[in-house]
Design a protein around this ligand. Sequence first.
Ligand SMILES: Nc1ncnc2c1ncn2[C@@H]1O[C@H](COP(=O)(O)OP(=O)(O)OP(=O)(O)O)[C@@H](O)[C@H]1O
Ligand SMILES: [Mg+2]
Length: 396
Amino acid sequence: MSTTTTDAVPALASVEDTIEQFREHGYLADRKLATTVFLQTRLEKPVLLEGPAGVGKTQLAQSLAEVTGRRLIRLQCYEGQDESKALYEWDYGKQLLYTQILREKIGQIVSDAADLTEAVDQISAHDSIFFSERFLAARPLLEAITSEEPVVLLIDEVDRADEALEAVLLELLSEFQISIPEIGTIEATHLPLVVLTSNNTRDLSAALKRRCLHLFLDYPSPERELDILRSKETGLQDALAARLVEIVRGLRELELRKAPSISETIDWARTLAVLGVDELDATLLSDTLSVVVKYDRDLRRAGEALPKLVDPNAVVPEGHDHGHGHDHTHDHPHPHGSDHGDDDVDGREARKAKDAPGRHDTDYYGAPGGLGTSRKVTPGQGDRSFAGRGARKRPL
Ligand SMILES: Nc1ncnc2c1ncn2[C@@H]1O[C@H](COP(=O)(O)OP(=O)(O)OP(=O)(O)O)[C@@H](O)[C@H]1O
Ligand SMILES: [Mg+2]
């Protein structure tokens, strides 16, 4: 319907320049990530970022908007979301208001109708007026397509959406267009830069992956994590920040339900800076451990491992070597009483098994609501996703 304009992104001249520009906006990208982002701006393909929580997936899209000077439009995905909340819906209130105001006019149209059938026929000839762009309420995806100025579109946590919605995304991601049965196909005015993120709570379809530049974003290298800490000006002395990064890395090696992410390292550094520490000791770290570890069982495991992480020569009581978390798997009842929790950890083994088939069957980082939940599409889901169309009341 409208003509698509290709908007080169002059802000990013090369991979090096991408790293530099993102750094200036407070985001420290490694080469692999910067290359993906640079390619995205040249190949005009969406980027799909997969990885554990808190590694900077959402922040990347926000920083991309800042770097390119574009507005950020965000679609936060959730279970049960249907396309009327993601694409568009008919503005029923406005349709109703117009029919009220135009009551007299509508009366004139049907005034010479012999019976009800003829009256309905005459009105239906004017259907298209009420199902035109004037009465369309754009939701994030349509908004991104029709925006007057080029935007960054963030489709956040796409793995939380039902597969029916994922299917709806396919047209947008490959053609940058949206088909509306009553109107036709609306093409992007400007091509948006699209970033999708996923926490791997379920496998995404091959069709979706094929349309995107795919990148697995893992925890950063110690150098980059320290760099990020420095850039956040946490107030913690540099030498202590470096030690803290090592300790957090040690915690990530444990079999925890939720491994600490970059944001938790930042929070811990800020906490320790506020306490004015000039030395990292196990007691102090243990007292502040709840800043980085959020589950009761994880707290115990991390607490027991801390002395060794702080000082590898520390004497740890018999049976408390946490290099093998499974030894303790059945020692502690699961905080949520679920059978699945111990298999659903975000530790070393879980990350090693990333590419094993079926790894996404359970929630990747163990959100309490998602434990052991198989996210298969039920026959009703597709119906629900499209139910809105049938359920939408027509004004006439
Ligand atoms: N490369 C980075 N440079 C600067 N800050 C970063 C970087 N990576 C992560 N952060 C910091 O970590 C915080 C968490 O990142 P973000 O919210 O983007 O994670 P996420 O991967 O989207 O997590 P979730 O899956 O939980 O949504 C950000 O607010 C940011 O402060
Ligand atoms: Mg996020």
